[in-house]
Design a protein around this ligand. Structure first.
Ligand code: PLP
Length: 482
């Protein structure tokens, strides 16, 4: 049959192209440590190298791979380099790459249970496994009132939490009639910008978001939160959402969830906990203190695509009561109706986030968890935390540097003593060297370098080289300034 022949041809072609692509990836991972970590290209360099118009005739895959090497690779910042220490990582691992490839091969779109039962049910099982692996509250289990779902990003998860909180606070009326009920929301002034974005997108309005002050360790001050809520209520406002952070982006600060949770309970406000980066640390029992008080949260998210060796995108988002989330997000046009959904006996993940369509992301997570085992993942996290502590000790031994925030988990915030300009110049010089990449923030108004150890292939030698390079460049800058 013609159809079978097409499938046979496609099968051959996938084998041929797939082998070439996998060989390319394998060589790339090997080369990554020696490539300049931060792409040195100028704006529009890549664009200028690309033809203005698409080809009319088919081109061989070898030509595409050649251009990948010559035109695209120079414009890549190497997130998979062991010398990558910037922002938070988007780490990866061989089982994850393979899992993602398998997901592409299946090409499933899992919007409904019926559109691939395994896509939904593997995801349910993986998210339940993670509750056990991180010792998360039991109500996040699918067998209890809640459950988890994979989203594309923590930003999306934060948005969904805001939407659910908004709906619950208005008795599910704002979806119908808009939100002019005087809704107010709260997060610390150290929360990730996606919280602010979520408040804007959810129609609550940025002017109704209170950025709560933090203490000297950059943790939300519960008494300031309580005061802000009281003030808004006195003025007739309707507090609907508190976003706490476990592992803030700038300083890896951990908000006091127990106190914040008690305040939210008293006022019946949705508490969401964003642990995008730090959550993975809870694989290790000795680091589970980060989640003290999490049982008071209505929702929670963390990113396997940051520190759990799983390719972007893989945010795990949990809710205490799944009905509150699905009621906020569900909508059923005729063309999506089916017997399984109508029976109420299946989960349709389309109701758990904003997009309808969804990739089979659980597959890469399954590959990662099974390939390393929980003990293997734990060991990798512990290794990163140990390397970070080593780096902190080295920094302390050099009087030119100051550590700006308490060293927490796998992030170090530090600067050269003195004016901001010196630290800024140091960062530029380091990143221009191509030998490492780190990024910055401002803490207490001071320009601060952030070094995050979370890349899968980072070893002690890379952290040591980073420290020596930082010292060397600091010396050169000081000599130049004389
Ligand atoms: N929340 C926190 C605390 C983060 O640090 C980040 C990114 O670094 C995000 C949310 C956004 O993550 P994503 O890229 O998954 O949207």
């Amino acid at each position: 049959m013609a159809g079978n022949q097409k499938s046979r041809q496609a099968s051959e072609q996938v084998r041929e192209l797939g082998h070439a692509a996998v060989d390319w990836i394998s060589r790339y991972i090997e080369r990554a440590p020696s490539l300049p970590v931060l792409s040195p290209l100028d704006p529009r360099d890549v664009l200028a190298s690309l033809p203005q118009h698409p080809p009319s005739d088919a081109e061989p895959f070898a030509a595409i791979l050649r251009d990948l090497d010559e035109k695209i690779l120079p414009g890549i910042t190497h997130w998979q380099s062991p010398n990558y220490f910037a922002y938070f990582p988007a780490n990866s691992s061989p089982p994850s790459v393979a899992g993602d490839l398998l997901s592409s091969g299946l090409g499933v779109q899992g919007m409904l249970w019926a559109t691939s039962p395994a896509c939904t049910e593997l995801e349910i099982r993986m998210l339940d496994w993670l509750v056990e692996m991180l010792e998360l509250p039991q109500h996040f289990l699918s067998s209890n009132s809640g459950g988890g779902v994979i989203q594309d990003s923590a930003s999306s998860a934060n948005l969904c939490a805001v939407l659910a909180g908004r709906e619950r606070a208005t008795n599910f009326d704002s979806n119908e009639n808009g939100c002019d009920q005087g809704l107010t929301a709260y997060t610390s002034n150290q929360a990730h910008s996606s919280m602010e974005k979520a408040i804007k997108v959810a129609g609550i309005g940025r002017k109704n978001l209170r950025l709560i002050a933090v203490d000297e360790n950059f943790r939300m001050k519960p008494e300031a939160l309580a005061a802000a809520i009281r003030e808004d209520k006195r003025a007739g406002g309707v507090p609907c959402f508190v976003g706490a952070t476990v592992g803030t982006t700038s300083a890896m600060a951990i908000d006091p969830l127990e106190e914040i949770g008690a305040i939210c309970g008293e006022h019946n406000i949705w508490l969401h906990v964003d642990a995008a980066m730090a959550g993975t640390a809870a694989l290790c029992p000795e680091l589970r203190y980060i989640h003290a008080g999490l049982d008071l949260a209505d929702s929670y998210c963390f990113d396997c695509h940051k520190w759990m060796f799983t390719n972007f995108d893989c945010t795990c988002f949990y809710v205490r009561k799944r009905n509150e989330l699905t009621e906020a997000l569900t909508i059923t046009p005729e063309y999506l109706r089916n017997a399984a959904s109508s029976s109420g006996s299946v989960v349709d993940f389309r109701d758990w986030h904003v997009p309808l369509g969804r990739r089979f992301r659980a597959l890469k997570l399954w590959c990662v968890i099974r390939s390393y085992g929980v003990d293997g993942l734990r060991a990798m996290v512990r290794h990163h935390v140990k390397l970070t502590q080593m780096f902190i000790e080295w920094l302390k031994s050099d009087a030119r540097f100051e550590i700006v925030a308490p060293g927490s988990l796998n992030l170090v915030c530090f600067r050269l003593k003195g004016p901001d300009s010196a630290t800024e110049a140091l960062m530029q010089k380091l990143n221009a060297s191509g030998r490492l990449f780190l990024s910055h923030t401002k803490l207490s108004g001071k320009f601060t370098l952030r070094l995050c150890v979370g890349q899968t292939y980072t070893e002690e030698e890379h952290v040591r080289e980073a420290f020596e390079l930082i010292q060397q460049h600091a010396s050169e800058l000081a000599m130049g300034a004389r």
